[in-house]
Every structure is written in C-alpha cells, then in structure tokens.
Design a protein around this ligand. Sequence first.
Ligand SMILES: [Zn+2]
Length: 372
Amino acid sequence: MTSAALPLPDLPQMTRDVRALIEIESPSEDLAAVGRVQDRVETWMHELGAQTRRLPGQVRQFTFGEASRPALILMHADTVWPHGTLASMPFRTEGERLYGPGSYDMKGGIVSALHALRLLQAGGWPAGGIEVLLSADEETGSLLSREAVEAAARRARCVLVVEPPVGETHALKTGRKGVGMYSVRVTGVAAHAGNLPEQGASAISEAARLLLEAQALARPERGTTVSVGRIMGGGAVNVIPAHAEFDADLRVSVLEEAERLRRGFEALRPHDPRARLTLSGGLNRPPFERLAGTAALYAQAQRHAHVLGFEVQEAFVGGGSDGNYTAPLSPTLDGLGAPGDGAHAAHEHIRLDRWPQHAALLAALLRDPGVE
Ligand SMILES: [Zn+2]
C-alpha cells in the first residue's frame, strides 16, 4: 500500500542543517568531538518530540511514538576526516553540489532523517513508532556500538540505513559484502647471509609463498576476494631474515565463504620445518545478503519513489556498514541517505537537485515500509 505523496522537504533548511554538522569536525578517533555532533542532533530530535536516551557504547537513541515495534533508522556521527580538514576542504556549494568533509558519508544522511521526521510529525507517528540510533564509531568498525545496534534490530519492524546511495543512478544498497582481515606472522631463523646461509630459514621467503597461497583462496566468481594489502619483514640486507608478516583484506558475498576462508588460512603451513606461523583475525562484518525482507523493502521503495516522481535502482557493494550486522536480524535497506559521490575522497559532495526527493522517499518508507 502506498498513500499520497508527501511534500518535499525544505532544501535551504536542509543545507543550513548539514552545514552546521559539517562544521563540527568529528573524526572517529576523537569521541568527544563526535559527541558534539551527537549533541546537536539530540537537540533537534528533542525539538521534534523524541524521547532521548544515551546507551552504552556512545550511542544516542531517539524514539518517536510508542516505539513498540519501530522502524529503525541507523546513522553515525563520525567521519574519516581528521581535525583540520575544514581548512583545506571547507563547506561550500557549487551549482547543484554541496561539498565538505563528511557531507555525503553521512552528515547528509542524518539531515535526511531529520527532515523525513519533520515531514511525518504533522500527520502523527506511524503505528509501532520510530527509533533512531546515532553511533560514534561506524567508520572504525562499530566495535563500541555493535551491541546496541543488534539489540535494536532484534525488536525492529525494519531497518533503514542512511548511508548514502551509490553510483551515477544514486542506487539503494540491497546487499553488501562481508569484510574481514587476517594477519600472518612468520618466524624463521636468522643467519649471516654470506658465511652461513644454510643455517638460516628465511621468514621472507616463507611469507612470499604463503601470501600467494592465501590470495589463491579467492573465488571472484562467488564474490570472494583476498588481497594482501600490507607486508613487512627483515632488517639488515646481509642477514637471512627471522621475521616477516602480512595482512590480508577479505570480502565475501555469502557466509559459507567466510568459513571456507577460515579453514584455508588455518591450513597454511610453512614449507621449511624450522619456520613457524601465527595467524590472527577473521570476519568482522558478516555479509549483508539480499534476503526476502530486504527485497520487500526495496520493492516498496520503488513504489514510493514512483509516486514521488522518480525511479530508484539497487546495488550490491563491496564495502560494509552497520546494515551488515542488522540484515540477518531484521529486513534491512541501505543507501537511504543523501545522494552524491566521493565517500572518503576529496571531492565528497551531496547532489542538491536529488536530495529532497530521497529524503521524502525515506519519510514514505517510515510511514509505510510494506513489511510487518
Ligand atoms: Zn558511513
């Protein structure tokens, strides 16, 4: 069921609001600074009538209505940008683009949610209510906030993540790869490279073989990639090296592939019996698979967008978000934030001409997500 189209939110006000958030720098490493963004958002949410609460893990919770079986909005106040970025990358608008650190990922998404809630306020909160979680550490893997996010997802009717839409079509995200990392440390035997090389066991030679074996565990046709992105080892060039290590980034589209990779990494063995290997790491974010609930939410988003006069598309992406944690627990749709481009890049921006319609789409989904 879709009902009449909601009006579009007020773009000049959205622009002022996102500027206020962009101009409070909030790198994940400085939780006090991230807290200042959370404070500002809390003030706005309070003005809208939210019950506000501070949860463990520096998560702010805002609820609207009875919130017995709420639609859950997930958003984060941290950015990847260090203090001082504003000096070289200030807030500015140029034509249809709004620039600034954290604009697209995801202070624009926070403002989308704020204005979607404003659109709904007059008509009363939907049955089951609305819950919003604003976390502080998404960009560093949500170690503090994961528990609160998963607990909220378990009681939610659906989860709407206001990470930005992606690509030239500003597509919603209906799946994301799971993300993990393994570290392999190799200990060999040091020896003089000229006098007694046969007494040495080169950790670098071992690591070189092992990293090729590790990367051979990839199955690109199944969406599984393994990329060694960092390697270190050795010391003086005339010494057979006793130490080497490398770190591998893992991406999987389905959970069983993470299990296969775990077995594969655990089976790695040095070729020289004098060398030793230690392994650490594993899967951090499980894959966000396109389950039936996600498909139903996306179909409803398509219907709402059509009523609003535009078309949406969907995408499966390699990067993770908190949607990876919630997708197995509750129907999850991601990419409902501000359209634009350039996440974590100097050209990060929001597309002003597309932004209000995406915020109105979020409001329509909150009012009528089409899933029970
Ligand atoms: Zn983000």
